[in-house]
Design a protein around this ligand. Structure first.
Ligand code: 5RP
Length: 236
């Protein structure tokens, strides 16, 4: 199987395996999670499952869920009341302890709100995303209010961290997130205490959230070229 086929297999498999009628579900973002959203829509249309409500984590997942006629709510809706049964999402990197980085698609803020409010978090990734150290190969995004871009950059540089403002494609200037903020992509010097870094970055004034997920307690599945969906066993 090639990379796209593996993403499709992962998304469809976890939707079939973990989504049951009546669930409140966080709908992840990215080229892998989208297959889970599409499969949930198909299962609803076929009557295999019913009474699902979804909370989208981005404009991408909202559009996909609407196309699949998945009823949508916000986290604040009384029907959701700030808690979800399940979230299905992708990730950019996964370390041996099961810590994640996310936000390659720029949706880290709502992805984290949703994942940290979910009883069960299922993460689906290609095998290439399993790494020894987070943030070496794939930069970690930090979502920042636009007016704090330079002071936050300075604060991070003083911590010895190289910072890159994420620039848009097919639009001039910076990427603006679904929440109206900018993204600073950083690489981490290894080894780093990931949980401490997640907390510390968020203490810089102007930082809204960062793409480290050290408290998601996620169940992680990766796909293989042979078409297998394998449960990743974190060394916790
Ligand atoms: C978006 C994300 C995605 O889940 C992450 O970037 C993985 O995406 P893909 O499945 O396309 O590789 O965090 O903000």
């Amino acid at each position: 199987m090639d990379g796209d086929q593996i993403k499709q297999l992962l998304g469809r498999t976890v939707a079939e395996r973990f989504v049951t009628s009546g669930m409140k579900i966080g709908l992840g973002t990215g080229s892998t999670a989208v297959w889970a959203i599409r499969r949930i829509g198909e299962l609803l249309a076929a009557g295999t499952i019913s009474e699902i409500v979804g909370v989208p984590t981005s404009s991408q997942s909202e559009v996909e869920a609407q196309a699949g006629r998945i009823p949508l709510r916000s986290m604040n809706d009384p029907e959701i009341a700030g808690e979800l049964d399940l979230t299905i999402d992708g990730a950019d990197e996964v370390d041996a302890a099961g810590n994640l980085t996310k936000g390659g698609g720029g949706a880290l803020l709502i992805e984290k709100v949703v994942a940290y409010a979910s009883r069960r978090v299922v993460i689906i990734v290609g095998r290439d995303k399993l790494v020894d150290h987070l943030g070496l190969k794939y930069p970690i995004p930090i979502e920042v209010i636009p007016s704090a871009r330079v002071p936050v950059t300075r604060a991070l540089e003083k911590m010895g961290i190289a910072v890159q403002l994420r620039m848009a494609v097919k639009k001039m200037g910076a990427v603006i997130t679904d929440n109206g903020n900018v993204l600073l992509d950083v690489s981490l010097p290894a080894p780093t205490d990931i949980a401490a870094f997640e907390r510390e970055v968020n203490t810089i004034p102007g930082v809204v959230e960062n793409g480290i997920f050290s408290r998601a307690n996620a169940e992680i599945y990766y796909g293989t070229e042979d078409g297998e969906v394998v449960a990743f066993k974190p060394a916790r």
